[in-house]
Structure formats: C-alpha cells, structure tokens
Design a protein around this ligand. Sequence first.
Ligand SMILES: [Zn+2]
Length: 464
Amino acid sequence: MTQTIAIRARWVLVPDGPRQRIETDRWVLVEDGRIAAVTAGRPGGADRTIDVPEALVLPGFVNLHNHGISALLFRGIVEDRPTASWAADTVYGLIMPLQGLAMEVLDADELRAVTALGLLGLVKGGATTTMDMFRIAQAVSFDAAEELGLRFYGMPYLFSTEDLGIGEDGRPRYAARGTGESDLARASALFDAHDRRADGRIRAGFGPHGTDSCDADLLAGIRDAAADRGAKVTIHVSQSATEGETLRSRYGRTPTEQLAHVGLLGPDLVAAHCVYASDDDLGLIADAGATVANCPASFARGAVSAIWQRTAARGVRTGIGLDGYSMDTIGELRTAALVSKLASGLSEDATARDLVAAATVDGADALGRDDIGRIAPGCRADIVVVNLGAAHLAPVSDPLKTMVWHAGTSDIEAVIVDGRLVVEKGRHLLVDEDAIVAAGAAAVRKVWAEGQARGYIREGEIVG
Ligand SMILES: [Zn+2]
C-alpha cells in the first residue's frame, strides 16, 4: 500500500544545479514512493500530513560507511583506551577478536538482533541510506535492514586472511593466508541472492576488508566480479600508519596506488577513511572519480583527525560515514566541522552547507544515484523532517547552520524512506523498538561475557 504524504516545510533544501539551496514556505508531496511536487500551496487529498511550524525538510542522510553488527560489540569499551597501543591492543586485540567471537557465540537470530539494534539507531538519526560492511556469515544484515525499512547497501567483507597475526611490534605477519577465493565465491552468491530485494531498496556489493588484509589477486577478482554485476565496491583505505608501511614493504606502493594498480580505483569505489593518504594519493582518488567516506567521530575517539576539509579541498567527492560508531548523523556533521576547523585553524572551513551536501547529494552521487539525495519531483522520497522549533534551537537564522551546530537526533520529527513513513515523533513505526533494544543488548552482553573470559575485554571495562 502506498501512502500519499504532505509535508509542510518552513524550509526545504532543494537542488540548485549541482549544489543546493533553501526555499521557504513550501509543501512537499510524496506519492507512490516518489516526490510528486514541491509547491507553495497546500496539496489536497493526502493520506498523512506532517505539519510542524518550524520544519526543515531535507533529503534523507546517506551514511557511506557503517558496521551495523560489529560496532555495538565494543560500544563504550573502546573509548579512552591508550593511544600507544591502539592498533595492536584495540583494533587487532579487541575489535577484530570480538567480531570473530560474535560469529562463534551468537546464532542467526541473535546476530540479526544486534544488527537491528544498530540500524534502528541510525534510521532514527535520519540516515535513510546506509552502506554497511559485515562478515559473509552475517547475511542476516539484509533481513534486518529490510525489516527496518532502510535503503541499504550490504557489502560483505572479503579477506585473503582474517588473521593478520599482529606481532609484538604491532606489525602483521599474515598468519593464515588463502581464504580469498572462497570469500569471492560466497560474496558473489550473496550478491546474486540479495541485490534489489524489497522493491530495490536492498542492494548488495563487495566489501574487501582492507588493502593489507586482501592481496592483489583477490582485489583483481573482486574488480571483475563487481564489474560483471554492476556492483559497488567499498574498502578501508589508509586507516592506519601500519597499513601504509605494510603495503610499502610488500608491494612498494601506497594503499591507494595498490587500488589503482589492480584497477579498483574508479567511480564505483567508496574508499573508507583515507586518513593517512598522501596528497598524491588524494589526487589519484580525485582523478579516478572515486569517493572517500569520512568518519570523523570514530577516529576522534582514538585521538586521530579524519579531516573532511582536507579530502574535499583536493577535489575528492567526500561523503560522510558513521562507521557504526555514532548513530547521530547531525552530530557527525558537527564533528566533521569541528575536526576540519581545528586542523586548519580556519573557521570558514567545512561549513554546515558543505557538510549537509556531503551527507545528502554527494553521498547519493557516490552510489551512482541521481534519484536519491535530492528533494525534487520524480526522485525517490527519502526525506528527513527536522523540527527546529525547540528551545535549544530558537530562533532560527539559517536553518542548516542551526541544525548542524545546535540540533540532534531528538529533533528529528519524521523519516521517510522510499515514500514510506518509518519514523514519526521519535518512534519507529514498523518495529517494536523496546523488543529490538532488549534482544540486541542481550546478544551483545553474551559476546562481552565470553570476551571477558578470554581477556579481550579487560578488568573494569564493563561496570556492574
Ligand atoms: Zn569500517
């Protein structure tokens, strides 16, 4: 059943050539899953009306990098761990082992419950599209995304080795090579089973884990499999200094050069992070038309600056990813602005307008979609309605600046995905939120108990 929804917009963000502009005092009409009109007069005959006096109506946010299952496994544990041993102790000593443990101790229903919990937070925060990386055995992610009504790009991980065998010096030994070929066959089968489910809202692609955990042959195989299917590829790139050193010693190339070498660096690639990429690397990415997913909050907790402005200023399409860490897109945009301004010392960098574009139209372009990320007649109706009428927001001068600098998830009035109202007045309409929170949290606690028993989680890191 399709709904007709009329939304009163005090402000609405509409396309203006390749950029965006605000129009005031409009109605947005949603019909048959699409935006039917943006008009000055109130349209008649709508099934539902969203009428909030101070509503800012935006395209739904596009989250270009996420981990719906794994990020909850170390929620509240990773923060405040020491920088000195971050890569060895935290990335390879906590995050990756807990991900493996989840596969060992959780059944399919429990994995699905954890993913649903992660994705529930995201959609309530206004992310209507999420590109999510998860292990091949966690294909229940597709089901959870469909249940929550999200637009979803599921990108199963591929590895040449899941066990980097990190030594005392923090460097990988590549302890167990050779899982790549079977991963490629399994990921290709997942693509064929899930792509274009749920009226096309659910998409699939390929998610090679990283340039250090996937060898050149696997990356070349992924290039061919993705090209055959017209699929997107996403990969972690230059996310640590160690990764760069590893690639230099194994191949004599930077991670970005390695991607170019194997033929993966192009418009269908979303490169997550690129924090340690050189200026030359960023030039290669820009020239290739690839996209960087900037995830500032996730890195800032580890005392590392992932600088949106640095990448964008070099002509790279730079979208926003929440990395499974934050569920609050508006907060992530604020963090992107803060990190960029602190890094350059220039308060005019990374403006609210730039960052909203990054999280909407630029994210859509990264996915090759000109039918989302825009409030324009004919586009799919992925919409966020932000109520700027609260005490901590009034009075509004520039709605985009007010939102980025002062608002948060609790100010989101409604979220519409593909013409369907999925969140209204802060509640998800399609699922039992309390049940999702209870089941997801119980499953994570099961992983934590085993993680404590095996020493991945230290004494005192879980209180109570
Ligand atoms: Zn990631």
